[in-house]
Ligand binder design. Sequence first.
Ligand SMILES: [Fe+2]
Length: 242
Amino acid sequence: MAKEFYNAEIVEPQSVYVNLMVAIEGGGPAHTDNPRFQGRDRTNTPMWLLRSMLSSGLFNDAEIVQATAIWWSNDVEGGELRYWPNGASAPAQVHSANMANTALLGDNHCMFHQVGAVGPHDVGSLRVTPGATLGPVGDSSGDWAVDDLGECVFRAPLNTYRLSVLWKADMYATAEERERQVANALSMDDVAERFNQDLAERGSSVRFDPANLDDPELRATIEQFHPEDVPVGALRSVFATS
Ligand SMILES: [Fe+2]
């Protein structure tokens, strides 16, 4: 299916992971997934820079096209998926109800998407520390519990938890295209060169120094010139502070 959707000869599966969600009283953030480029990914490049590389359009030749498939295992209270297949400025589509055993294949690195509030809706948004665990309670109830700092903060039958599986793969139109991309992997100096040309053309005195990626002025300047889109009609994120 991914092959057909992308008209690609080569599909290189990269990751599969399971997402469990419960008790989030508010939308998740509307977002795009982090892009990857030949030679540049989260292991060697700050996240803000990867995102700016995408929104700048200066690195399109090196961007790795990634397919994402999401499959839902069960129906829960809420937990719909909003997605913007026609761009951030066009209305969202919503996949809700009867989600069990359905799947959506798309380019989640360019297409905004957002998860709606997940029930149960009478316990608020449960905040836990990164050390929280989820596991079967082990009594006759069949419940699974979230334990945090030695306390059970939530318990419910396993089918209360929204369970989805995400699959991601790198896509290449042809073997030659893959070879061309791999041979032109970006070094941080390549990234600097393209941004510096762009900054100069825009009349900015700021310059991209690979040794000083933490410089707040560099980030602010690049993000000002290449802002990310804001999708219309997004739900308020549970993480929003204003
Ligand atoms: Fe995502």
